[in-house]
Design a protein around this ligand. Structure first.
Ligand code: 5RP
Length: 226
């Protein structure tokens, strides 16, 4: 029986196997944030000479990438990314995701938006029939926190401030429980329209292109047909 940590390691290895054949000496790779991605970065270290650089979605990943000998570029220096690799807190079979458990959701959504393909790497505890069990992280401008919280309550959610946490962008996170998403993309659009919300952790308007899901029987690949 593999532990969750071992499954994360297997998902990270699967990501490396998926990504390496697609990397050219001038490629720039988008890299997300979290404990699964940490393992991916550690594996990537041995291949730092096979591609040009990375763009990172957090200060945490930037530090780890640089420690691994990988050059990190600012997103403003990069016009396109072929691939973006990141974890998720939940992913469904349509490859909609909830992200932001690590608080890096805004930069994650921005960097992912520049990439041609989002490669989601998870252990199978994250694969769900319907999103909603994991409280939805919502990054808010601090002065708008209570105004946003009222709007979220009116949508049926119970927001809770992530205590003692400031995002890399200097904002706060509300973790919202009690939400159900019949149409995750529609709900993401509703949240995107609330003044004071910088970004919500629903990645459904633009989800993953492929998910590498590590389970007891190996790593399975979920991919939507174009
Ligand atoms: C960070 C994220 C992470 O991808 C998500 O929280 C999964 O993390 P982990 O790999 O540690 O389980 O969205 O903002």
């Amino acid at each position: 029986m593999f532990s969750q940590d071992q499954l994360k390691q297997q998902a990270a290895q699967a990501a490396l196997d998926y990504v390496l054949p697609q990397l050219q000496p001038d490629s720039v790779l988008g890299v997300g944030t979290g404990s699964t991605v940490d393992r991916f970065i550690d594996l990537l270290a041995a291949h730092s000479g096979d591609f040009a650089a990375a763009v990172s979605s957090s200060e945490r990943s930037t530090q780890r990438l640089q420690a691994a000998g990988i050059r990190v570029l600012d997103l403003n220096e990069v016009a396109s990314l072929a691939l973006y690799v990141d974890g998720a807190d939940e992913v469904d079979h349509e490859l909609n995701m909830v992200k932001g458990g690590g608080g890096a959701l805004t930069r994650e959504k921005i960097v992912a938006s520049v990439a041609d393909r989002f490669v989601c790497i998870v252990d199978d505890s994250k694969l769900v029939r319907q999103l909603g069990r994991f409280p939805l992280p919502v990054e808010v401008i601090p002065l708008a926190r209570e105004a946003v919280a009222r709007q979220i309550r009116s949508l049926g959610g119970q927001p809770r401030l992530r205590e003692g946490f400031t995002t890399d962008n200097g904002n706060q996170i509300l973790d919202v429980s009690g939400l159900t998403y019949d149409d995750p993309a529609e709900f993401e659009a509703v949240l995107n329209n609330i003044p004071g919300i910088v970004c919500c952790g629903l990645f459904a308007i633009s989800g993953a292109h492929v998910a590498l899901v590590a389970g007891q029987d190996g790593v399975s690949r979920l991919e939507l047909q174009d």
